[in-house]
Write a protein that binds this ligand. Sequence first.
Ligand SMILES: [Zn+2]
Length: 270
Amino acid sequence: MRVYISVDIEGICTVVNGESTGAKGYDYTRARRQMTAEANAAVLGAIAAGATEILINDSHGSMTNLIPEELHPAAELIQGTPKPLVMMEGVDGGFDAAVFIGYHARMQQPGVLSHTISGGTVSNIYLNGKPMNEAAINAAIAGYFKAPVVFVSGDDRLCQDVQAELGNVKTVAVKQAITRYSARSLHPERACELIEKGVKDALQDLAQYKLYQPEGPYTFTLQFINAGMADAAAMMPGTVRVDASTVSFSSADYIEAFRGLRCMISLARA
Ligand SMILES: [Zn+2]
Protein backbone atom coordinates (compact mmCIF):
# COMPACT_ATOMS: atom_id res chain seq x y z
CA MET A 1 0.00 0.00 0.00
CA ARG A 2 1.27 3.43 -1.00
CA VAL A 3 0.23 6.41 1.13
CA TYR A 4 0.52 10.09 0.28
CA ILE A 5 0.56 12.73 3.06
CA SER A 6 0.12 16.50 2.52
CA VAL A 7 0.99 18.61 5.58
CA ASP A 8 -0.08 22.21 6.18
CA ILE A 9 0.57 24.17 9.39
CA GLU A 10 -2.52 26.25 10.27
CA GLY A 11 -4.43 23.19 11.45
CA ILE A 12 -1.61 21.81 13.60
CA CYS A 13 -2.29 21.43 17.33
CA THR A 14 -1.55 24.66 19.32
CA VAL A 15 -1.11 26.85 16.22
CA VAL A 16 -3.42 29.86 16.63
CA ASN A 17 -1.84 32.86 14.91
CA GLY A 18 0.78 34.13 12.50
CA GLU A 19 3.55 33.82 15.09
CA SER A 20 3.49 30.07 14.42
CA THR A 21 3.16 30.00 10.65
CA GLY A 22 6.19 31.85 9.27
CA ALA A 23 9.93 31.96 9.91
CA LYS A 24 9.70 35.45 11.47
CA GLY A 25 7.23 34.37 14.15
CA TYR A 26 8.46 33.80 17.70
CA ASP A 27 6.54 30.51 17.91
CA TYR A 28 7.49 29.12 14.48
CA THR A 29 10.29 26.80 15.66
CA ARG A 30 7.96 25.10 18.10
CA ALA A 31 5.12 24.94 15.57
CA ARG A 32 7.24 23.29 12.89
CA ARG A 33 8.37 20.71 15.45
CA GLN A 34 4.72 19.88 16.21
CA MET A 35 3.96 19.86 12.47
CA THR A 36 6.76 17.30 12.09
CA ALA A 37 5.43 15.28 15.05
CA GLU A 38 1.92 15.15 13.54
CA ALA A 39 3.34 14.10 10.16
CA ASN A 40 5.25 11.34 11.96
CA ALA A 41 2.08 10.25 13.74
CA ALA A 42 0.44 9.83 10.34
CA VAL A 43 3.47 7.84 9.13
CA LEU A 44 3.26 5.53 12.15
CA GLY A 45 -0.45 5.00 11.54
CA ALA A 46 0.22 4.21 7.88
CA ILE A 47 2.98 1.74 8.75
CA ALA A 48 0.72 0.04 11.29
CA ALA A 49 -1.90 -0.33 8.54
CA GLY A 50 0.63 -1.94 6.20
CA ALA A 51 1.96 0.95 4.11
CA THR A 52 5.04 0.02 2.11
CA GLU A 53 5.71 3.45 0.61
CA ILE A 54 4.98 6.83 2.21
CA LEU A 55 5.50 10.20 0.56
CA ILE A 56 5.15 13.43 2.54
CA ASN A 57 4.65 16.79 0.82
CA ASP A 58 5.46 19.92 2.83
CA SER A 59 2.48 22.08 1.87
CA HIS A 60 2.78 25.39 3.70
CA GLY A 61 4.30 28.71 2.65
CA SER A 62 7.96 28.19 1.73
CA MET A 63 7.19 24.46 1.85
CA THR A 64 10.34 23.92 3.89
CA ASN A 65 8.75 23.71 7.33
CA LEU A 66 9.01 20.02 8.22
CA ILE A 67 12.31 19.08 9.90
CA PRO A 68 13.75 16.29 7.71
CA GLU A 69 16.08 14.79 10.35
CA GLU A 70 13.16 14.39 12.74
CA LEU A 71 10.87 12.65 10.24
CA HIS A 72 10.32 8.91 10.39
CA PRO A 73 12.90 7.22 8.12
CA ALA A 74 10.19 5.23 6.33
CA ALA A 75 8.92 8.40 4.63
CA GLU A 76 10.31 10.42 1.75
CA LEU A 77 9.83 14.19 1.73
CA ILE A 78 9.00 16.76 -0.98
CA GLN A 79 10.06 20.30 -0.10
CA GLY A 80 10.18 23.71 -1.72
CA THR A 81 8.15 25.80 -4.13
CA PRO A 82 7.03 26.26 -6.87
CA LYS A 83 5.90 22.75 -7.78
CA PRO A 84 3.23 21.97 -10.38
CA LEU A 85 0.70 20.29 -8.09
CA VAL A 86 1.58 22.56 -5.13
CA MET A 87 0.10 21.03 -1.95
CA MET A 88 -0.46 17.78 -3.87
CA GLU A 89 2.90 17.49 -5.63
CA GLY A 90 3.79 13.83 -6.12
CA VAL A 91 0.25 12.47 -5.75
CA ASP A 92 0.33 11.57 -9.45
CA GLY A 93 2.74 8.74 -8.59
CA GLY A 94 0.08 6.06 -8.12
CA PHE A 95 -1.03 6.19 -4.47
CA ASP A 96 -3.70 4.06 -2.81
CA ALA A 97 -4.76 6.74 -0.33
CA ALA A 98 -4.16 10.38 0.57
CA VAL A 99 -3.98 11.93 4.05
CA PHE A 100 -4.19 15.64 4.94
CA ILE A 101 -2.58 16.84 8.18
CA GLY A 102 -2.80 20.37 9.64
CA TYR A 103 -5.46 21.62 7.21
CA HIS A 104 -7.76 24.60 7.91
CA ALA A 105 -11.14 26.11 7.03
CA ARG A 106 -11.64 28.33 4.01
CA MET A 107 -11.66 32.12 4.02
CA GLN A 108 -15.09 33.48 5.07
CA GLN A 109 -15.67 30.47 7.34
CA PRO A 110 -15.08 30.34 11.07
CA GLY A 111 -11.95 28.39 11.97
CA VAL A 112 -8.40 29.00 13.12
CA LEU A 113 -6.44 30.99 10.53
CA SER A 114 -9.14 30.36 7.94
CA HIS A 115 -8.05 31.22 4.39
CA THR A 116 -8.03 29.75 0.90
CA ILE A 117 -4.57 29.39 -0.67
CA SER A 118 -3.60 33.05 -0.17
CA GLY A 119 -5.03 34.86 2.85
CA GLY A 120 -3.96 38.28 1.58
CA THR A 121 -5.47 37.81 -1.86
CA VAL A 122 -8.40 35.40 -2.05
CA SER A 123 -11.81 36.09 -0.61
CA ASN A 124 -13.65 33.09 -2.12
CA ILE A 125 -12.96 30.28 -4.57
CA TYR A 126 -15.89 28.51 -6.24
CA LEU A 127 -15.75 25.41 -8.40
CA ASN A 128 -18.79 25.34 -10.69
CA GLY A 129 -20.54 27.66 -8.24
CA LYS A 130 -19.67 25.72 -5.09
CA PRO A 131 -17.42 27.29 -2.42
CA MET A 132 -14.22 25.29 -2.04
CA ASN A 133 -11.68 24.98 0.75
CA GLU A 134 -8.13 23.78 0.20
CA ALA A 135 -9.06 20.26 1.31
CA ALA A 136 -11.72 19.98 -1.40
CA ILE A 137 -9.55 21.57 -4.11
CA ASN A 138 -6.75 19.15 -3.23
CA ALA A 139 -9.04 16.12 -2.80
CA ALA A 140 -10.14 16.65 -6.40
CA ILE A 141 -6.47 16.55 -7.47
CA ALA A 142 -6.05 13.29 -5.53
CA GLY A 143 -9.26 11.98 -7.13
CA TYR A 144 -7.98 12.89 -10.58
CA PHE A 145 -5.00 10.62 -9.92
CA LYS A 146 -7.21 7.88 -8.40
CA ALA A 147 -6.26 8.34 -4.75
CA PRO A 148 -9.13 8.67 -2.23
CA VAL A 149 -8.67 11.06 0.70
CA VAL A 150 -9.17 8.86 3.77
CA PHE A 151 -8.09 11.04 6.68
CA VAL A 152 -7.97 14.78 7.49
CA SER A 153 -6.81 16.56 10.67
CA GLY A 154 -7.18 20.20 11.68
CA ASP A 155 -9.55 22.16 13.91
CA ASP A 156 -13.17 21.20 14.60
CA ARG A 157 -14.54 23.61 11.97
CA LEU A 158 -12.39 22.13 9.23
CA CYS A 159 -13.45 18.61 10.25
CA GLN A 160 -17.14 19.59 9.96
CA ASP A 161 -16.58 21.17 6.55
CA VAL A 162 -14.62 18.19 5.24
CA GLN A 163 -17.26 15.70 6.34
CA ALA A 164 -19.98 17.76 4.67
CA GLU A 165 -18.01 18.17 1.47
CA LEU A 166 -16.04 14.94 1.04
CA GLY A 167 -18.38 12.51 2.78
CA ASN A 168 -16.76 9.33 4.05
CA VAL A 169 -13.43 10.62 5.41
CA LYS A 170 -12.02 9.99 8.88
CA THR A 171 -11.23 13.24 10.72
CA VAL A 172 -9.43 14.18 13.93
CA ALA A 173 -9.90 17.64 15.46
CA VAL A 174 -6.68 18.52 17.29
CA LYS A 175 -8.19 21.81 18.54
CA GLN A 176 -11.53 23.55 18.91
CA ALA A 177 -11.63 26.96 17.23
CA ILE A 178 -12.78 29.78 19.51
CA THR A 179 -12.11 32.63 17.07
CA ARG A 180 -9.97 32.92 13.94
CA TYR A 181 -6.97 33.55 16.22
CA SER A 182 -7.74 31.45 19.29
CA ALA A 183 -8.40 27.80 20.05
CA ARG A 184 -8.63 25.21 22.77
CA SER A 185 -6.01 22.56 21.90
CA LEU A 186 -5.47 18.99 22.96
CA HIS A 187 -2.09 18.30 24.49
CA PRO A 188 0.33 18.00 21.55
CA GLU A 189 1.15 14.37 22.43
CA ARG A 190 -2.55 13.49 22.61
CA ALA A 191 -3.10 15.02 19.18
CA CYS A 192 -0.36 12.77 17.80
CA GLU A 193 -1.87 9.67 19.43
CA LEU A 194 -5.25 10.41 17.86
CA ILE A 195 -3.74 11.07 14.43
CA GLU A 196 -1.75 7.83 14.52
CA LYS A 197 -4.80 5.79 15.49
CA GLY A 198 -7.05 7.70 13.07
CA VAL A 199 -4.78 7.14 10.08
CA LYS A 200 -4.34 3.46 10.97
CA ASP A 201 -8.11 2.99 11.19
CA ALA A 202 -8.77 5.01 8.03
CA LEU A 203 -6.45 2.78 6.00
CA GLN A 204 -8.07 -0.48 7.09
CA ASP A 205 -10.56 -0.92 4.29
CA LEU A 206 -9.82 1.22 1.26
CA ALA A 207 -12.75 -0.23 -0.71
CA GLN A 208 -15.15 1.90 1.39
CA TYR A 209 -13.89 5.21 -0.07
CA LYS A 210 -15.15 6.93 -3.16
CA LEU A 211 -12.81 9.03 -5.27
CA TYR A 212 -13.61 12.74 -5.02
CA GLN A 213 -14.17 13.60 -8.66
CA PRO A 214 -16.42 16.64 -9.24
CA GLU A 215 -18.08 16.62 -12.64
CA GLY A 216 -16.54 18.66 -15.46
CA PRO A 217 -16.19 20.96 -17.27
CA TYR A 218 -14.51 22.93 -14.50
CA THR A 219 -14.95 26.63 -13.87
CA PHE A 220 -12.96 28.15 -11.03
CA THR A 221 -14.41 31.52 -10.01
CA LEU A 222 -12.08 33.58 -7.90
CA GLN A 223 -13.32 36.47 -5.83
CA PHE A 224 -10.37 38.64 -4.81
CA ILE A 225 -10.07 40.94 -1.82
CA ASN A 226 -9.99 43.99 -4.09
CA ALA A 227 -10.57 44.96 -7.73
CA GLY A 228 -6.88 45.69 -8.39
CA MET A 229 -6.06 42.04 -7.80
CA ALA A 230 -8.79 41.03 -10.25
CA ASP A 231 -7.32 43.52 -12.78
CA ALA A 232 -4.00 41.68 -12.58
CA ALA A 233 -5.53 38.18 -12.69
CA ALA A 234 -7.65 39.09 -15.73
CA MET A 235 -4.43 39.64 -17.71
CA MET A 236 -4.18 35.86 -18.05
CA PRO A 237 -5.46 34.68 -21.45
CA GLY A 238 -8.68 32.66 -21.23
CA THR A 239 -10.06 34.39 -18.15
CA VAL A 240 -13.53 35.91 -17.88
CA ARG A 241 -14.08 39.04 -15.81
CA VAL A 242 -17.19 38.29 -13.77
CA ASP A 243 -17.35 41.55 -11.82
CA ALA A 244 -15.00 44.18 -10.38
CA SER A 245 -13.30 41.80 -7.95
CA THR A 246 -14.09 38.43 -9.57
CA VAL A 247 -12.42 36.51 -12.41
CA SER A 248 -13.09 33.00 -13.69
CA PHE A 249 -11.21 30.39 -15.70
CA SER A 250 -12.62 27.20 -17.24
CA SER A 251 -11.26 23.95 -18.63
CA ALA A 252 -12.56 20.49 -19.46
CA ASP A 253 -9.54 19.16 -17.53
CA TYR A 254 -9.43 19.62 -13.75
CA ILE A 255 -5.66 19.93 -13.52
CA GLU A 256 -5.59 22.59 -16.24
CA ALA A 257 -8.38 24.48 -14.43
CA PHE A 258 -6.38 24.19 -11.19
CA ARG A 259 -3.26 25.55 -12.89
CA GLY A 260 -5.32 28.47 -14.19
CA LEU A 261 -6.54 29.11 -10.66
CA ARG A 262 -2.99 29.16 -9.32
CA CYS A 263 -1.81 31.44 -12.14
CA MET A 264 -4.58 33.94 -11.42
CA ILE A 265 -3.59 34.02 -7.75
CA SER A 266 0.09 34.45 -8.63
CA LEU A 267 -0.72 37.38 -10.92
CA ALA A 268 -2.89 38.99 -8.25
CA ARG A 269 -0.12 38.65 -5.65
CA ALA A 270 2.63 40.00 -7.88
ZN1 LIG B 1 -0.70 26.86 5.23
